[in-house]
Design a protein around this ligand. Structure first.
Ligand SMILES: [Zn+2]
Length: 289
C-alpha cells in the first residue's frame, strides 16, 4: 500500500513538476465568472475564471482585489458582477502577485483609468514572467512591508510579509471587517501550496508569512481559490506546511539525493502535495538551516 502510494505520489509530483515551470494558472481557464456573493456587508467575493476576486464597496468608489485571467469576456463578466452590487466606479485594483490568473486584465483596468497597486517585486517578477501575453504592470508599487489604501472613509491595508508563493505576495486586510484576502499564500482542498521559485517563492520562509497573517485580527480568510476560511483553518494549514518542511529538512540532513528529495518526503497525511517546480532552490534553502 505504501509502495503504491509512493509511486502514485511520485508520478503526480513529476507531472506537476513538468507543467509548473511556466507558472501558468493550472485551473480556472475555462471556468466562467461566478455570481458575486457577499462575504460581509461591503465586501464581496467573485470566484471563477482564474483566482478569486474581492470587491470592497466604499462611499466614493470600489476597491477590487485581483482581476482574473485575461480576456474580453472574462473582464466584461467580472465587471457585470461588480456592477450588480454598485454603480460606483472601480478606483483601485490591488494585485496580489504576478501570476496571470490574478493580473490577466490589468491592461483593461488600466485603460479604464483604474490605479493598479502591487508590490515592487511583483513588477520585477513580470519582467521575467514566461506568459503570453505578459500582464500589464501595476501603475503604483510599494517597496516596503505595507501600503494603505484609503477611499471613502474605508481603509484597506496591503501587506507584504515576505516570500511564500512568490517574492511579490501581497495580503489584503480589511481591518473594519476583520477579513483578510491571502491569495495563493493559502491553498484549499487537494491543491497543494506552490512555491514559485522562478518568481522568488520560498517554502522555507512560508511559515513566517503565515505567522504574520495570523497576527492580524480576522475571523474570515479568503484564499486565492475556494471558499472563505476561518482563522483555525489557516492555523491548521500552517501546521501542515511546517510538518512538510521539517520532513524535508530531515531528509536533507539524512543525505537524500536531490533528485529523490520530493519522492522521499511523506505527504499522504497532509491532504495535498506541495508543488515544488524546481528542486534546486528548495534543496538549497533546506540545506541552509
Ligand atoms: Zn499564483
Amino acid at each position: 500500500m505504501t509502495a503504491l502510494k509512493r509511486v502514485f505520489g511520485l508520478t503526480l509530483g513529476a507531472a506537476i513538476a513538468a507543467v509548473a515551470p511556466a507558472q501558468q494558472p493550472n485551473k480556472g481557464g475555462r471556468q466562467p465568472v461566478e455570481p458575486i456573493r457577499l462575504v460581509k456587508p461591503g465586501l464581496y467575493l467573485i470566484a471563477g475564471a482564474g483566482a478569486n476576486s474581492e470587491v470592497r464597496v466604499t462611499g466614493e468608489g470600489l476597491i477590487v482585489v485581483d482581476g482574473k485571467l485575461g480576456g474580453e469576456t472574462v473582464y466584461d463578466d467580472l465587471m457585470a458582477q461588480v456592477k450588480s452590487v454598485s454603480n460606483l466606479p472601480v478606483k483601485y485594483l490591488i494585485v496580489t502577485h504576478h501570476h496571470a490568473d490574478h493580473t490577466g486584465n490589468n491592461d483593461k483596468f488600466r485603460a479604464a483609468g483604474v490605479e493598479i497597486i502591487g508590490h515592487e517585486n511583483l513588477k520585477k517578477n513580470l519582467e521575467t514572467y514566461r506568459a503570453n501575453p505578459v500582464p500589464a504592470p501595476p501603475t503604483v508599487t510599494y517597496a516596503g512591508t505595507s501600503h494603505t489604501v484609503r477611499l471613502g472613509a474605508i481603509e484597506v491595508q496591503v501587506d507584504h510579509f515576505g516570500r511564500a508563493h512568490t517574492s511579490g505576495d501581497s495580503v489584503v486586510y480589511f481591518p473594519d471587517l476583520k477579513v483578510v484576502a491571502v491569495s495563493d499564500v493559502v491553498t484549499t482542498g487537494a491543491t497543494g501550496p506552490l512555491a514559485d521559485y522562478a518568481g522568488g517563492g520560498s517554502f522555507a520562509e512560508w511559515p513566517r508569512v503565515l505567522d504574520s497573517i495570523l497576527k492580524l485580527d480576522f475571523d474570515a480568510c479568503i484564499p486565492g481559490n475556494g471558499g472563505v476560511l476561518t482563522k483555525a483553518d489557516v492555523q491548521a494549514y500552517k501546521a501542515k506546511i511546517e510538518t512538510f518542511l521539517s520532513r524535508a529538512k530531515e531528509a536533507v540532513r539524512n543525505g537524500v539525493p536531490k533528485d529523490q528529495l520530493l519522492s522521499e518526503i511523506k505527504t499522504d497525511d497532509l491532504g495535498w502535495m506541495p508543488r515544488v517546480p524546481v528542486v534546486d532552490p528548495f534543496y538549497a534553502e533546506l540545506s541552509q538551516k
